[in-house]
Design a protein around this ligand. Structure first.
Ligand code: SF4
Length: 338
């Protein structure tokens, strides 16, 4: 197959807040602004950032659970934003989602077997034997025994419920799974099991992941490339190893410095992340990170930095660390492939 599996171009989502009073302008939340990236088959792209940076809105836009204000989402070259509901249904088979809270995302009245075969039964009729065989196969794929198919979600542990959520996502043999904080609610040891399961499934089935997380230790474990978002925009996108070895954007640097370090021999960077993320209702002018940035200068308050490609293959939006004048000009969409 030529071209990326998923291509996102200039994706933007604004929400109006409340009603305009006496024809006053309705305040707008700029949840996602001009986000572009692509995902290759079998690749894991992680999207990280603090709460409210827009990463979960990106997931919802990709699944068309919300409609974009602007931009395109292309799967295998087809723009899904323009598809009717009927046409979108078949494209949904290509993309599935795993949610943060496995309990609330599973129907408590259905058995595990019913939950994981339901997506297939939305497309084709299965008899009892086919249903049981499919349930056993999918449970096996996620490391659960076939007997579990008769259990209700309330009779499973947190880790088993998340395995069930993954089995359900696998039922339609998707090319891409969007995992939104998929291990955040789990204990650390269970987190590791689920991450290893996701990586094994990727090896066996060639699935691509968009893995959304606020937890850098998880991202470091699973990602091939990492996109760092701040206030609705990507500020750095880089291969995982390069990003963690040498973060370039001051926000990436501060995020990594603020994260707990499980390895005592690893050197921490000395850039703590102070202050809160500003409101997307009223984002700062220029570079949105400037109120928190130790390197901010006058230009940062006025002018938004563009995403600029660096020699090692990453892209960064920062007037100081990635000045435009030193880099070759390229359209943004061309910069964001693996
Ligand atoms: Fe900091 Fe300026 Fe770079 Fe923004 S553009 S990250 S404020 S140095």
């Amino acid at each position: 197959m030529s071209g990326p599996l998923l291509k996102v171009e200039n994706l933007t989502k604004h929400y109006g807040v409340g009603a305009g009073f006496l024809k006053k302008k309705i305040p707008v939340v700029r949840a996602v602004e001009d986000v572009s990236f692509s995902v290759e088959p079998g690749e894991t792209l992680c999207i990280v950032g603090e709460s409210g940076c827009g990463k979960s809105t990106v997931a919802r836009l990709l699944m068309r659970l919300v409609e974009p204000t602007a931009g395109r989402v292309l799967i295998d070259g087809t723009d899904i934003a323009g598809l009717t509901k009927g046409a979108m249904r078949s494209w949904r088979r290509r993309m599935q989602m795993v949610f943060q809270d496995p309990y609330s995302s599973l129907n408590p009245r259905l058995t595990a077997g019913q939950i994981i075969t339901e997506p297939v039964e939305n497309f084709e009729r299965l008899n009892r034997n086919q249903r049981q065989a499919l349930a056993a196969e999918l449970l096996g794929k996620v490391g659960m025994s076939p007997e579990m198919m008769h259990r209700l979600p309330s009779e499973l542990s947190g880790g088993q419920r998340q395995r069930l959520g993954i089995a359900r996502a696998l039922a339609l043999k998707p090319a891409l799974i969007i995992a939104d904080e998929a291990v955040s609610a789990l204990d650390v040891s269970v987190q590791a099991q689920i991450l290893n399961l996701l990586m094994d499934l990727q090896q066996q089935m060639g699935i691509a992941y968009i893995f959304i997380s606020h937890d850098l230790s998880v991202v470091e474990h699973i990602g091939h490339r990492v996109a760092v978002m701040y206030l609705g925009r990507i500020v750095e996108l880089a291969p995982r190893a390069a990003l963690f070895a040498k973060p370039v954007h001051p926000y990436t640097e501060a995020l990594i410095a603020s994260a707990p370090v499980p390895d005592p021999t690893r050197v921490r960077h000395e850039t703590p992340l102070d202050g809160e993320v500003p409101s997307p209702l009223n984002p700062p002018s220029g570079c949105a990170f400037h109120p928190r940035c130790p390197l901010a200068m006058e230009r940062c308050r006025i002018e938004m930095p563009p995403l600029v490609p660096l020699a090692d293959g990453r892209i960064v939006a920062c007037h100081v660390r990635a000045p435009m004048s030193e880099q070759p000009a390229q359209p943004q969409g061309a910069l964001l492939t693996a």
